[in-house]
Design a protein around this ligand. Structure first.
Ligand code: NAD
Length: 329
């Protein structure tokens, strides 16, 4: 917990694991019904970051932080106070941009937090490219030669979703897009010929691939059986509300590509910035997400288990926890 009297609002930093290096994870600035709810979400997202970074082969641990937004604030003072809490962790936590924060917010932490190198550029285009690679690999796993004519429902026309729509259109996919922000949808319809979809029913619209790129926990154990697609692969963190939603999807014949594998393009971009990689090096590393997805889906099929568990095993192996129990099915 960060000192509330200094920040003027509750905030929490969850460093889940530093086995592979300093823990990287975004700073979320959002309303929460209670501090307990903020702590629960922060801890869960931090664990997801550990899996994401490890499975992508990055020298980072996993973390997340949440600042509770419960009214008007002096944003500069807030971010600089928060940076002092980050500094107390002696470099174990590297904060990045997340829901509700911007590159400008992170810039306010410079000189106080030891390392804010995560936030120099928008990672979203690289996240979108990784999602595209994951969708291609999943479609190939189901026998599609390429994405021409493959229908993809993109939920969310924000930073990642809009770029994914552009990339999918270039590949000749039949792109459908939904967002509660209808102006964003209209712009993608005009620019790329995407088909608009009602955001209230987008989850259940018939399509080959459903790509959640909006918010967390869209698929629950209750609604998983009503999806009308063959593949779920998208950028949203924490797509599944609970792990048994993965079982329900599999029972309905839907191939779920774990979010922490397919949305790693953004953290790979962070690594590239810190290593001064060229764009070509970065692009090659992000496209490897497709190879990883192909291997995970192949492994899951061979061993008759869910891709979710095959993916967790990849992360656990990178963390040196090969023997950690992973259910067979
Ligand atoms: P964003 O805020 O730019 O876009 C999110 C979009 O979702 C907005 O346009 C918003 O209006 C829309 N939206 C909200 N509720 C909706 C609903 N009910 N139905 C349809 N649309 C809805 O966010 P982003 O940066 O594009 O990230 C999208 C998702 O991907 C988030 O879950 C984020 O955590 C995850 N993610 C992003 C990155 C990245 O590089 N930006 C990396 C990893 C994961």
């Amino acid at each position: 917990m960060c000192p509330e009297e200094e920040l003027g609002t509750p905030a929490v930093i969850a460093v889940h694991d530093t086995t592979l290096g300093p823990a990287v994870g975004g700073v979320r600035f959002a309303p929460y019904p209670s501090i307990d709810a903020a702590v629960t979400e922060c801890t869960r997202l931090a664990e997801g970051m550990t899996l994401k970074n490890a499975a992508a082969g990055l020298p980072f641990g996993g973390a997340k932080s949440v600042i509770v937004r419960n009214g008007p604030v002096d944003r500069t003072a807030l971010m600089r106070s928060f940076a002092r809490s980050v500094a107390e962790l002696d470099g174990d936590y590297i904060p990045g941009v997340d829901v509700g924060t911007t590159i400008e917010d992170l810039a306010l932490m410079e000189g106080i937090a030891p390392d804010v190198s995560c936030s120099r550029e928008d990672p979203s285009p690289w996240t979108a490219l990784g999602v595209l690679a994951g969708i291609r690999a999943a479609a190939a796993h189901l026998g599609e030669e390429d994405l021409r004519g493959v229908s993809v429902g993109v939920q969310g026309a924000g930073h990642v979703g809009a770029e994914l729509v552009r990339l999918l259109s270039e590949e000749g996919a039949d792109v459908r897009v939904s967002d509660i922000d209808l102006v964003r949808v209209a712009s993608l319809v005009e620019r790329y010929g995407a088909t608009p979809v009602d955001p209230r029913s987008a989850l259940f619209e018939p399509c080959d691939v459903f790509a959640p790129c909006a918010m967390a926990k869209v698929i629950t154990a209750e609604n998983a059986g009503s999806l009308n697609c063959r593949i779920v692969a998208g950028a949203a963190n924490d797509t599944l509300a609970t792990e048994d939603a993965a079982d329900r999807l599999a029972e309905s014949g839907v191939l779920y590509v774990p979010d922490f594998i397919v949305n790693a393009g953004g953290v790979i971009h962070i690594h590239a910035l810190r290593q001064d990689w060229t764009d070509d090096e970065l692009r090659a590393a992000v496209l490897e997400i497709g190879d990883r997805v192909g291997r995970i889906l192949g492994d899951a099929e061979t061993h008759g288990r869910l891709p979710l568990w095959a993916a967790k095993e990849v992360a656990h192996a990178a963390l040196g926890r090969d023997r950690e129990a992973v259910p067979a099915t």
